[in-house]
Design a protein around this ligand. Structure first.
Ligand SMILES: *Cc1c(COP(=O)(O)O)cnc(C)c1O
Length: 376
């Protein structure tokens, strides 16, 4: 019996192999491997797709977040409000700059930060809000932007998992002051290596980021800031340019996969499915359910469920088993157990099922049958 993987990059590659090979060969023959015309073309195309005047490519989603904070001059003593239920990269860059991540709890339905809790977390040191569109699902950006404007705060959207997601009639990454994207291979728009980009309508921010990603120089060998080396390879840009043309179709296919899961899982007691967002569009980077019993039955029970699924040839993942405020590296922040009950509950209950555009209905039936069996 073949195992259904969490995602299958080889299947997608087969569908675009001739295009990708031709583009890669052309870059190899061009002799321009870092920055250059292909990177510029892709950056423009991606900015147009997201709907911003500016798009600056860089080496990773983590670097995009780092460069965004640097461009806004966020540093020691500053506070940045975000969710503790995300990948460490979101706050790693905040901490690396000597600023302090300030967490607020999530909504269980969306797994995203709860805008109702934003205002109470704002202090005179708050500089920015970092909403994370987790699993491809948009944060309620109307509420976030209204509060940010009232308090004169910058909004840096962590769009790493949400290329193409929409809130209202705009794409995420075009709503806050800066959008940060990752082109890590498992993201909705993923390259064949690391990559990232920032989107913004602020030409000043774009120009600063271009300077910082190039060792703090605008003119080569003249350095005005301590920058970094964070550029996108032309090979990655060439591949991403091809994949960008398919992104809408792939996101639509993910939507169909999600709808099939909703229907198949609805009759199973104890499995809480992620509701589709009202007012926006999720791009379903992950399809994450909550197993209600895990709250009392514990982590070992969930491990046994996963083992049972694995025995039936079904992969599953846990994003994320430990919220950031309980990570050893953040013990110094002093958030004890119960600080963010919904994030802690989510960490105990989540189970991500296989999700990728090419996932067939038959495979999904196998996933759901195995889950039903595991819970029985
Ligand atoms: C993947 C990811 C990042 C970091 O992106 P990289 O390209 O891997 O550096 C940041 N935030 C979130 C939410 C992510 O999922």
């Amino acid at each position: 019996m073949n195992t259904i993987p969490p995602l299958d990059l080889t299947e997608q590659y087969r569908t675009i192999q001739p295009e990708v090979e031709a583009a890669v060969t052309a870059v190899l023959a061009s002799g321009r491997y870092i920055n250059g015309p292909v990177v510029e073309e892709f950056s423009r195309a991606f900015g147009d797709y997201i709907g911003t005047a500016e798009c600056v490519a860089c080496n990773s989603g983590t670097d995009a977040l780092y460069l965004a904070l640097r461009a806004l001059d966020i540093g020691p003593g500053d506070e940045v409000i975000t969710s503790p239920f995300t990948f460490i990269a979101t706050t790693e860059v905040v901490s690396a700059l000597g600023a302090v991540p300030v967490f607020i709890d999530i909504e269980l339905d969306s797994f995203n930060l709860d805008p109702d809790q934003l205002e109470a977390a704002i202090t005179p040191r708050t500089k920015a809000i970092m909403p994370v569109h987790l699993f491809g699902r948009p944060v309620d950006m109307d509420r976030v932007m209204a509060i940010a404007e009232r308090h004169n705060l910058a909004v840096i959207e962590d769009c790493a998992q949400a290329a193409g997601a929409e809130w209202g009639d705009r794409k995420v990454g075009a709503i806050g002051h800066i959008g940060c994207f990752s082109f890590f291979p498992t993201k909705n728009l993923g390259g064949c290596g690391d990559g990232g980009a920032l989107t913004t309508n602020d030409p000043q921010v774009a120009e600063t980021v271009r300077m910082l990603r190039e060792h703090g120089s605008r003119v080569r060998y003249y350095h005005e800031a301590i920058g970094v080396n964070s550029r996108l390879d032309a090979l990655q840009a060439a591949i991403l340019q091809i994949k960008l043309r398919h992104l809408e179709d792939w996101n639509a296919a993910r939507q169909r996969v999600a709808e099939r899961y909703q229907n198949l899982l609805a009759p199973i007691p104890g499995v809480v499915v992620p509701p589709a967002p009202v007012g926006g569009r999720s791009v379903w980077n992950q399809y994450t359910v909550r197993l209600e019993a895990a709250a009392t039955a514990g982590g070992e029970w969930r491990d046994r469920v996963r083992q049972h699924l694995a025995d039936q040839g079904v992969s599953s993942m846990i994003y994320y088993p430990l919220p950031l405020h309980h990570q050893p590296v953040y013990a110094n922040l002093g958030y004890g157990p119960g600080s963010f009950p919904k994030s802690e509950l989510a960490a105990q209950q989540v189970l991500a099922l296989p999700m990728y555009p090419e996932l067939t209905a038959a495979a999904q039936e196998r996933v759901v049958y195995a889950l039903k069996d595991a819970l029985a």
